[in-house]
Design a protein around this ligand. Structure first.
Ligand code: MG
Ligand code: MG
Length: 270
């Protein structure tokens, strides 16, 4: 069931989103070579709890941690561990969720440990282009558009640049989703598709927009832990995500970080 949120509900989600943005900003300063993903997870959890919020992921279908920390050929949902130490040149995707006052926010970003000069240009470009695809999808979240316009906007960036666009494989799907009182609500949003199709966008709809692209084929498997997804061909993947509300004034990014304020403000109609 698709639910539309009132302005007051969207404001609650924005508060959860600000808590989550601050967590990611904190982690950006910590995700350095030598740090374990288990440490990142503890820092994130503590920060969320300090704000009087709860980590959305912990306990979700039995998930054991606050973050997903997916490295290199891992696409999404990798479980943080004290046994996983970040190394220079790792492509690290950090996904987190915050539950505050009954509403969730969900966002992810990808960083290159040690800095972009530590990897070939093609890898740094993958990270940048996946982020750009997220913004194109967000930009399409306009009243009157259809969901297919959002999927197409995301997927076109990936196809045009020759990436594997993670969407459907072997009977499984990965993509964006509605969000609100539940972390995952209808509708599901494929990261590719045809414009002009699907449900029409209305004010009050809130979505998590989350492209995943890879340098190789868009095929994956789930690891024995039941969570981690990794590319079948071992190629590197990137993942970016924001929680965004559709409003009469344009898309409102509820999880924008400080360095994204300008871009997200530009989405709103003057
Ligand atoms: Mg997420
Ligand atoms: Mg999500």
């Amino acid at each position: 069931m698709v639910t539309r949120k009132s302005p007051a509900e969207i404001e609650l989600m924005a508060t959860a989103g600000r808590v989550l943005a601050a967590v990611h900003e904190l982690l950006a300063g910590v995700a350095q070579p030598g740090v374990t993903t288990g440490e990142l997870d503890r820092i994130a959890e503590l920060q969320i709890l300090r704000c009087g919020a709860l980590p959305s992921f912990k306990g979700y279908r039995g998930y054991p941690a606050t973050l997903n920390t997916s490295i290199n050929d891992q696409i999404v949902h990798a479980i943080p561990s004290d046994d996983v130490t970040l190394r220079t040149g790792d492509v690290l995707s950090i996904d987190g969720g915050v539950l505050l006052d009954g509403y969730h926010a969900d966002s992810a970003w990808t960083t290159i440990v040690g800095g972009r000069h530590c990897v070939p240009d093609a890898v740094a470009d993958l990270v940048d282009d996946t982020r750009e695809a997220m913004w194109r999808g967000i930009t399409a979240l306009v009243v009157g558009n259809r969901l297919g316009d959002v999927s197409a906007a995301i997927g076109e960036v990936g196809s045009a640049r020759g990436y594997g666009v993670i969407a459907e494989h072997d009977g499984h799907v990965l993509g964006g989703h509605g969000i609100g009182r539940r972390l995952h609500e209808d509708p599901f949003i494929l990261n590719c598709g045809r414009p002009g199709r699907g449900m029409r966008l209305k004010p009050g709809l809130v979505f998590a927009i989350e492209p995943m692209f890879t340098l190789g084929a868009p095929a994956w498997r789930t690891m024995q832990d039941g969570w981690t997804t990794e590319t079948l061909d071992g190629q590197i993947a990137a993942h970016w995500e924001h929680t965004v509300a559709v409003t009469e004034d344009g898309p409102v990014v509820l999880t924008a970080r400080a360095d994204e304020a300008e871009r997200s403000a530009a989405l709103l109609a003057g």
